[in-house]
Design a protein around this ligand. Structure first.
Ligand code: HH2
Length: 244
């Protein structure tokens, strides 16, 4: 799954694909590099991000979704019912839902749904998140949401970096097989995230490619069915090597 953020403020590619033509060109580039799905988002969910009004999110994502539909499976990365509905109407077939609350919208359209775990909301989620047992709590939450969704295609995602400390993220990655064992296909998004910066001497986002590919490869080796990445080419290369 290639990440396409049509936003001014995403933590790693904010502002780069705000122009619809540039966004579509980048989306097609990821398809050429081997992405099976392009995940289009119009609202940053980085820690501290401000919410975006519906009309603005629609204005950002819809032209890009429409242009990519003939070329690749498109997922819509949103927390808003209206945006998910409009993107599905335009031809998207997967709702990537960091709020894990849009199952009815995906179900009504006969689309797939990615349920992600997040503790709190983006504005406050990184203020000292606490769990007794992060792996057990995230797994239980996701199984509950997935099993009550009432649809065929449900993916679960531990939500790396969403209300989690470095230690929480590492525990979830170390125990990814617990999530895989639930039987639901698992999505993992580590790409360029802050915890990788911390592990690599405060490397800026552009210098986190190797760490991103390494953690994506780890996730795939543990049974993740999809990885959500900015750097599609090197990740596909790693996936091919794992498959050998
Ligand atoms: N991470 C981000 C956004 N959406 N969706 C899923 N399923 N899993 C993730 O880990 C995930 C996600 C955050 O990354 P990004 O889109 O690059 O940044 P921003 O939220 O700043 O746009």
């Amino acid at each position: 799954m290639g990440v396409l953020n049509v936003t001014p403020d995403s933590f790693s590619d904010g502002g780069r694909w705000l122009d619809p033509d540039a966004a579509v060109t980048h989306g097609l580039r990821m398809v050429a590099d081997g992405a099976d799905v392009v995940d289009v988002g119009g609202e940053s969910t980085r820690p501290g991000a401000d919410p975006v009004p519906v009309h603005e999110e629609l204005r950002r994502v819809l032209p890009v979704v429409e242009a990519l539909i003939p070329h690749v499976r498109v997922s819509i990365d949103t927390r808003k019912t209206e945006v998910a509905e409009a993107a599905l109407e335009a031809g998207a077939t997967l709702v990537n839902d960091v709020s894990a609350s849009l199952a009815p919208v995906a179900r009504a359209a006969g689309a797939g749904w990615v349920a992600m775990h997040m503790k709190g909301d983006p504005r406050t989620m990184q203020r000292a998140p606490i769990y007794d047992d992060v792996v057990a709590e995230v797994t239980a939450f996701l199984v509950d949401r997935a099993s009550t969704a009432g649809m065929d295609e449900v993916w679960i995602d531990p939500g790396i970096g969403f209300g989690k400390t470095l230690e929480h993220n590492l525990a979830l990655l170390a125990h990814l097989r617990d999530l895989v064992a639930t039987g639901y296909p698992v999505v993992v998004g580590t790409s360029r995230k802050a915890f990788l910066g911390r592990l690599t001497g405060d490397a800026p986002t552009g210098d986190r490619v190797e760490a991103s590919v390494a953690t994506a490869a780890w996730a795939m080796s543990q049974g993740a069915a999809m990885v959500r990445v900015h750097d599609v080419g090197p990740t596909v290369e790693a996936a091919k090597r794992l498959a050998r």
